[in-house]
Write a protein that binds this ligand. Structure first.
Ligand code: 5GP
Length: 176
């Protein structure tokens, strides 16, 4: 199925997203300033890829990048509820300071799963940032460094897909 470009509305522009990434980067730098150890920044693929690369440039701290792929959507606009690990880092995370970078928290199931997987490896700490947080669900997830709270739209662009397409839109959009 295709999205009708005439029905596509801009929810967040590239400028707004870049500004937010800078602001969150500063907050994260401030938070870790008394921690000498490196941060392990975990990019939750694929949706977080653009936010991740905007954000890390504004974090002034020693850092390593990890990329993991955990997915709960298998096409379309509705979640299957089933979460699968498609790719994972084999680096040991024990004793490390983990910063998870997410694109969106909707029901919270994906991030809960990801946090639990990371916790199994006994990291020193786990912090979470997410560019978008849908306010429709009482997901109970504490996003340490939140981006934008949004209404219950199905959004695409800036990494977020519809059937693997539209990730390269330079803004976050929704269909009315
Ligand atoms: P949750 O498990 O919190 O319900 O959903 C998290 C994952 O579902 C996100 O990482 C993202 O892949 C996908 N997702 C949730 N809401 C949306 C949305 O509005 N648009 C797109 N493209 N993906 C979404």
């Amino acid at each position: 199925m295709e999205i009708d470009p005439k029905k596509l509305k801009v929810l967040l522009t590239e400028e707004e997203i870049l500004e937010k990434a800078k602001e969150i980067g500063k907050q994260i730098t401030e938070y870790y300033k008394n921690i000498d150890d490196e941060i392990i920044a975990v990019c939750a693929l694929k949706g977080s890829v653009h936010f991740f690369s905007d954000l890390v440039k504004h974090i002034d701290h020693d850092m390593k990048y990890y990329f993991v792929r955990v997915s709960s959507y298998h096409g379309g606009t509705s979640s299957t509820g089933k979460i699968t690990v498609n790719s994972w880092t084999n680096e040991p995370l024990e004793g490390k300071h983990i910063l998870i970078v997410e694109d969106i928290v909707d029901t919270g199931n994906t991030i809960r799963f990801l946090i639990n997987e990371i916790k199994k490896q006994n990291p020193a700490s786990i912090k979470l940032t997410s560019l978008l947080i849908k306010n429709a669900h009482d997901h109970g997830i504490d996003v340490d460094f939140p981006g934008f709270e949004i209404d219950n739209y199905f959004v695409i662009g800036y990494g977020l897909d519809y059937d693997e397409k539209y990730r390269n839109l330079p803004f976050i959009g929704y269909v009315e």
